[in-house]
Design a protein around this ligand. Structure first.
Ligand SMILES: Nc1ncnc2c1ncn2[C@@H]1O[C@H](COP(=O)(O)OP(=O)(O)OP(=O)(O)O)[C@@H](O)[C@H]1O
Length: 307
């Protein structure tokens, strides 16, 4: 089997007394798209920064691209592409100037060719002379991705790369990620979007610095042992709260005008809902639990170690 792109265990990080990442273990295969999900402040960015050599873990061990995460951070930084949450290029330079500037900072040989290749690969040629500050969010992210790829990294670490980007640009961005993965580039990406989570080969869900679950989307859903019913008319006042109070109901979540009502006790849930829906003349049908149902359930059972 090819060497893992990321293979770490027992990674910990504190900021002062705050234990931000707890015993993180992560294995990512070459060419895989691995998603990091979890609420704000759950430690996704800190984990990414430890893996790419920008932060030294307090403890732990492992490798990134075969290099030691505790001792070879300088070499790791050279071989990964890291896209931060905020657009960090120069707004008053053009697209081509930005890429050229980044290539100079890396001290790259064959700078011109690298910039030309990046412009072509990311479909940026037509806008090469446009000032970065005048680009839409989607094009800015595409430029940031081009800049990360200039030095031909084998691993990309993308921290919420599509936050605030419109749906069409997000889809295009993900097509690009899949193209890179097909070319053998490994991608570790954090996101809050469920549709993006579903596009990852495997995922990890973090909360309070701990990994609560990992695997394919289907494995994570199966691990929660949920039974789910969808109920129409979910926007009726008080309906969600009334459902939450029923026996057998663990959680209720809105999906547009529908409610997903889930529980682990299949028979108890069905019995409780049957009566309730008959009395209120509501339509209910069993559905497959979604990834979002599984994540909500994970959080429900997750203790906050600092609470
Ligand atoms: N340099 C720092 N100094 C002190 N605290 C920090 C520092 N960086 C992060 N933290 C804290 O560590 C915790 C985890 O932050 P982190 O950015 O890793 O989470 P995240 O899951 O990426 O969140 P988000 O989804 O909001 O980006 C937060 O409570 C944050 O305030």
């Amino acid at each position: 089997m090819a060497e893992l792109a990321i293979d770490v265990r027992g990674l910990n990080k504190h900021f002062g007394t705050h234990h931000v990442v707890r015993d993180l273990a992560l294995q990512v295969r070459p060419g895989e798209i691995f998603g990091f999900l979890g609420p704000n402040g759950s430690g996704k960015t800190t984990s990414i920064r430890m893996i790419c050599g920008l932060l030294t873990p307090d403890s732990g061990e492992g490798t990134c691209l075969g290099l030691d995460v505790m001792r070879q951070s300088r070499e790791i930084k050279r071989q990964v592409g890291y896209m931060t949450q905020r657009f960090s290029l120069w707004e008053d330079l053009t697209i081509a100037e930005n890429l050229d500037f980044v290539a100079r900072m890396f001290g790259m040989r064959g700078r011109r060719e690298a910039v030309t290749r990046a412009l072509a690969d990311l479909g940026l040629e037509g806008r090469r002379d446009q000032l970065a500050g005048t680009l839409s969010g989607g094009w800015k992210q595409r430029l940031a991705l081009a800049a990360c790829l200039l030095h031909e990294p084998r691993l990309l670490l993308l921290d919420e790369p599509t936050a605030g980007v419109d749906p069409k640009a997000r889809r295009d961005f993900w097509e690009e990620i899949h193209r890179l993965s097909a070319d053998g580039i490994t991608v570790l990406v954090s996101t809050h979007y469920m549709d993006e989570a579903e596009r990852c080969h495997r995922l990890a869900y973090l909360a309070y610095g701990q990994m609560l679950a990992s695997g394919t989307g289907d494995e994570i859903i199966a691990g929660q042992h949920l039974h789910t019913w969808a109920i129409d008319g979910g926007d009726a006042p008080g309906l969600a709260d009334a459902l939450r109070a029923l026996d057998g109901v663990d959680q209720v979540a809105s999906f547009g005008a529908r409610l997903h009502v889930s529980g682990q006790d299949a028979d108890g849930l069905a019995a409780g809902l049957k009566d309730f829906c008959a009395k209120r003349e509501l339509d209910a049908e069993p559905v497959e639990p979604s990834l979002e149902d599984a994540f909500i359930h994970l959080m429900r059972d997750a203790p906050d170690p600092d609470a």
